[in-house]
Design a protein around this ligand. Structure first.
Ligand code: PLP
Length: 420
């Protein structure tokens, strides 16, 4: 099936007389005929559902759909994008371990990697997104367990050279994990370029309507965990799970371990109702993404031509530093998110307060156009000097172009630019 068909039909196929739409299985638990039958699913959880702290039929259908869209073997949903990033790393790293991340990633992920993981004894080295293969390899240590990057980074909007990062990781027998939130599998499927694990915040384009926070981890099923000897958690008996060896017992060991060990223990699993809403968003993803890209490019070209900005970042623009990489990895477009600077915090605030259609909100990839000035919102405790030191331009505006008629979006921007 082509991806436009997959978004509608993967994950759930009703049999004779069954509901057309995947129902909301609002149940914490599942009934079996005998104690023996319960024992069987404990021995092999792939045989049936046990408990909704880590699996549920409604969520299972969405997991199968997203795995298919990304070209992966299996997926596990989580209650947020942050939970997906966290578990994707904790599934490989224990206290004393190390991993590498592109420095161009989502701010929430930076906090998780640089501060929270550090408290847990896991160290992250940040490497420039445009580093050479040799520079990435030079950061790999004997205790390095994986490499992480974002296809289109939020909010830096850089483009990851997935093949290069995958080559560097694979040279040491470690996997590449890619956060594909902004691209979605409609614009880029990182597994096709060598990524081994893909994560998403489904709160963004996948849900699409700003109704449900969620995340997902997709396992390509292709990585050989036994070869490098770096992953005893996968290749040696799990004492907490009657001594099974994930790589011996399961065809997709990474995601099975993430579910049966980490999700079992942490329980950050979405509710069935959340997965039902996510599925509605996914059903129109293939129709929505091309329109975001079309509107995004038109708006980026308009902003670039106003003469009222200091800089703009949108990889779809020919002048953009990452345009060549975008042509390779994102041939169908670069999503609807644009970053630009109007110079100062004061000008940014004045501009944003003048907007009538675009809403001021702490979100991105909403179906409606929205804006955020990090200096006056998420980073408002910092002085201008501190912002610059953190690599954030006080006048930076992140504009998330929605699905309104693009002429209305541009007219709104035009009247706001006229006021600064
Ligand atoms: C929003 C976001 C996250 C975090 O996801 P939540 O669903 O908000 O927890 C992670 N990565 C990227 C690229 C994001 O944009």
């Amino acid at each position: 099936m082509n991806i436009e068909t997959q978004v509608l039909h993967e994950g759930y196929t009703p049999k004779n007389g069954e509901p057309r739409v995947m129902p909301i299985y609002q149940s914490t638990t599942y009934v079996y005929d005998s104690t023996d039958a319960v024992a069987d699913v404990f021995d092999d959880p792939t045989l049936g559902m046990i408990y909704s702290r880590f699996e549920n039929p409604t969520t299972d259908a969405v997991e199968k759909k997203i795995a298919a869209l990304e070209g992966g073997a299996a997926a596990m949903c989580t209650s947020s994008g942050q939970a997906a990033s966290m578990l994707s790393i904790l599934n490989l790293c224990d206290a004393g371990d190390h991993f590498i991340s592109s420095s161009s990633i989502y701010g929430g992920t930076v906090n998780l990697f640089a501060f929270t993981f550090k408290k847990m004894g896991i160290e992250c080295t940040f490497v420039d997104v445009d580093a050479s293969e040799e520079e990435i390899k030079a950061a790999i240590r004997p205790n390095t367990k994986c490499v992480f990057g974002e296809t289109i980074a939020n909010p830096a909007l850089t483009v990851l050279d997935i093949e290069k990062w995958a080559r560097a990781a694979h040279s040491a027998g470690i996997p590449l994990i890619v956060d594909n939130t902004f691209a979605t599998p409609i614009l880029c499927r990182p597994i096709e370029w060598g990524a081994d694990i893909v994560v998403h915040s489904t709160s963004k384009y996948m849900d699409g309507h700003a109704v449900q926070v969620g995340g997902v981890i997709v396992d390509s099923g292709k990585f050989d965990w036994t070869k490098s000897g770096r992953f005893p958690g996968l290749t040696e008996p799990d004492e907490s799970y009657h001594g099974i060896v994930y790589t011996e017992k399961y065809p997709v060991p990474y995601i099975t371990k993430a579910r049966m060990q980490l999700m079992r223990d942490f329980g950050c699993y979405p509710a069935a109702n959340s997965s039902f809403l996510l599925n509605l968003g996914l059903e129109t993803l293939a129709v929505r993404m091309p329109r975001y890209c079309e509107n995004g490019l038109k708006v980026a070209k308009y902003i670039e031509g106003t003469g009222k900005i200091e800089s703009i970042k949108y990889a779809g623009l020919e002048s953009d530093k990452h345009h060549k990489l975008a042509e390779k990895y994102l041939p169908d477009g670069c999503c609807g998110v644009i970053s630009f600077s109007v110079g100062t915090r004061e000008r940014a605030v004045k501009f944003m307060d003048a907007l009538k259609l675009a809403s001021n909100e702490v979100h991105v990839a909403d179906i409606r156009t929205c804006v955020l000035n990090p200096a006056s919102a998420t980073h408002r405790q910092l002085t201008d000097e501190q912002l610059v030191a953190a690599g954030i331009d006080p006048g930076l505006i992140r504009l998330s172009v929605g699905l309104e008629n693009v002429d209305d979006i541009i007219a709104d921007l035009e009247q706001a630019f006229a006021q600064i």
